[in-house]
Design a protein around this ligand. Structure first.
Ligand code: CDP
Ligand code: CDP
Length: 195
């Protein structure tokens, strides 16, 4: 049975960085599920049709990392039919040998509730805003307001809200550098692989 690592958490918590590093070091496949919602929002038109018709070109758009694309993503992500349209692709991706790392908001709770490792990556609002502001060359105060707005929408929606799975390990990266955060995540994977 393939090994599945589910990584969830709020915006700019560092989940993507950790997911990429784990996949690279373990030789696993990696899916940034946020890209599916960003591409759905960016496509415009009927969001349910957009989610159903997503193709490689949609996922390769250069504008998907912007703040506007993040806000648009969280609006379409609250629509249950949009989420439903993306479930099969994510579950198929997760079942690849020898294993897969998926990062998002609902991987441990909805997409892969049987994942062998579940991490919920978080950090203080201020630290997350500062990281994303540095990345995008944006104003930290404006970024803080935007991230809080998006986290609130993601946590309060009725379908697949952002929250840790009951059996997730919480990884707070507020005062962890990237390498220390990756080491903590790898230690958790090791704990499960070699009990
Ligand atoms: O995927 P997510 O939005 O949760 O965050 P990310 O894209 O992995 O990380 C957001 C930014 O924070 C990136 O520029 C990372 O390099 C940085 N980061 C950091 O400074 N310290 C960490 N422990 C993790 C990420
Ligand atoms: O990297 P960052 O955390 O800023 O955002 P992202 O992971 O690219 O996700 C963008 C938006 O897509 C989130 O704010 C959520 O509304 C939505 N999303 C979701 O609902 N479920 C997922 N599994 C992944 C993302």
């Amino acid at each position: 049975m393939p090994f599945i690592i589910a990584i969830d958490g709020p915006a700019a918590s560092g989940k993507g960085t950790i997911a990429r590093a784990l996949a690279e070091r373990l030789g696993f496949h990696h899916l940034d599920t946020g890209l599916l919602y960003r591409a759905t929002g960016a496509k415009g038109g009927d969001p349910v049709a957009a989610a159903r018709d997503l193709g490689p070109a949609d996922l390769a758009r250069p504008d998907l990392r912007s703040s506007d694309a993040g806000q648009a993503a969280s609006r379409v992500a609250a629509i249950p039919e949009v989420r439903a349209a993306l479930v099969d692709f994510q579950r198929r991706f997760a079942r690849q040998e020898p294993g897969a790392v998926l990062d998002g908001r609902d991987i441990g709770t909805v997409i892969c509730p049987d994942a062998q490792v579940k991490l919920y990556v978080t950090a203080s609002d201020q630290v997350r805003a500062a990281r994303r502001a540095a990345e995008l060359g944006a104003d930290p105060a404006e970024m803080l307001a935007q991230l809080r707005d998006r986290d609130r929408r993601d946590s309060e929606r009725a379908t697949a809200p952002l929250k840790p799975a009951d059996d997730a390990v919480i990884l707070d990266t507020t005062s962890l550098g990237i390498e220390a955060a990756i080491a903590a995540a790898l230690a958790e994977v090791d704990r499960v692989l070699r009990p």
